[in-house]
Design a protein around this ligand. Structure first.
Ligand code: SAM
Ligand code: SF4
Length: 322
């Protein structure tokens, strides 16, 4: 099992398969995707080696992310190879959802078990203003299709100050009858978004208080389930999860490691650098890759230092998948 110097065990791999994206989310790629340098994304073979090596060291869940993972044409093959790797029981994806209505049945047939779809607002105009794309209705159609296929579905929404009360009110109304988990994510600072962050960051703590006052109950989660706090309510089909990285203790339950689309291991979303796995990935020896991974684990720090404004190598989340 992969374990760091603080006795945290890592059973969850977030694997970025591209850094390209077709959206322009104001907090991530406000000027759209820019191809800064020549690079080659991990091949299917390298992805297979990565997942096998992690699986052999106790990883049970793989999340495919990006950039926008659905922009890779071989996504169904990647899902299938993750799903058929011995030891992997959950294959998830995080997507902006623009291809969901067309492709979600293929992904499901390939072995996808769950998905997170990013929807920052249920107001079509606000959604357009945040993402640069007028696609809210297409994406919602995709969410209903995913639910119809029996896929466990979460909706990621970044909390933004100007969206205020309206954002939560609309979501609460929707959750009455929609059996998804809404993940409200505090905006995080990255290398590129400092001025946006300063203007738009809001804490999720007042929302937690409001939910508790309105009869939502915190769900007891396993110690290994990661840092989200989750809430349920008997009158609602959906649940709410809060991601509060600026609150103390957030990193105590860290259970995940990240590999970028160019094969760098990031021990934290805000690590100072990624460690290049490609030289060992190309040897094809799973044992060599595993030895290498084990050797890197002591370098994982006890927590990020976001509260001091240290964002490490992460210029924007499209680089690494969030
Ligand atoms: N393109 C896909 C999507 O948007 O779902 C996958 C990659 S995206 C980087 C993963 C998640 O990170 C999305 O839910 C997005 O809203 C979130 N995200 C991006 N930048 C963020 C930031 N600065 N703070 C908090 N969440 C962020
Ligand atoms: Fe693209 Fe996702 Fe970033 Fe939005 S959050 S720009 S969809 S990578």
């Amino acid at each position: 099992m992969l374990e760091d110097g603080y006795c945290r065990r890592f059973s969850y791999l977030r694997l970025s398969i591209t850094d390209v994206c077709n959206f322009r989310c104001v907090y991530c790629l406000p000027d759209g995707y820019q191809c800064e340098t020549d690079r080659e994304f991990l091949t299917l073979k390298e992805i297979a080696n990565t997942i096998s090596a992690f699986a052999g060291l106790g990883t049970t869940k793989v999340r495919l992310t990006g950039g926008e993972p659905s922009l890779r044409r071989d996504l169904p093959d990647i899902i299938a190879l993750a799903a058929t790797t011995s030891g992997i029981s959950q294959v998830a994806i995080t997507t902006n959802g623009f291809k969901l209505p067309q492709l979600v049945d293929q992904w499901s047939a390939a072995g996808l078990t769950s998905l997170n779809v990013s929807i920052d607002s249920l107001d079509p105009r606000q959604f357009h203003a945040i993402t640069g794309q007028d696609k809210l209705h297409t994406i919602l159609d995709g969410v209903y299709k995913a639910l119809g296929l029996g896929l466990k579905t979460k909706v990621n929404a970044v909390l933004l100050k100007p969206c205020g009360e309206g954002q939560l009110k609309n979501f609460l109304h929707w959750l009455k009858d929609t059996p998804v988990t809404l993940r409200l994510i505090e905006l995080m600072q990255t290398g590129d978004n400092l001025s946006f962050f300063k203007l738009n960051h809001v804490s999720a703590l007042p929302i937690k208080m409001q939910l508790l006052q309105q009869g939502w109950v915190q769900v007891l989660r396993d110690k290994t389930s990661g840092p989200a706090e989750e809430f349920s309510h008997p009158d609602y089909a959906g649940r709410i999860g809060l991601i509060m990285p600026y609150h103390s203790g957030f990193c105590d339950s860290c259970n995940r490691l990240r590999v970028s689309a160019v094969g760098k291991l990031h021990l934290c979303l805000f690590a100072e650098q990624g460690m290049d796995l490609r030289p060992v990935l190309s040897t094809g020896s799973i044992a060599d890759i595993q030895q290498h991974l084990i050797g890197l684990m002591p370098q994982k720090k006890i927590s990020h230092q976001l509260e001091s404004g240290l964002t490490g190598a992460t210029q924007h989340f499209s680089m690494l998948g969030g």
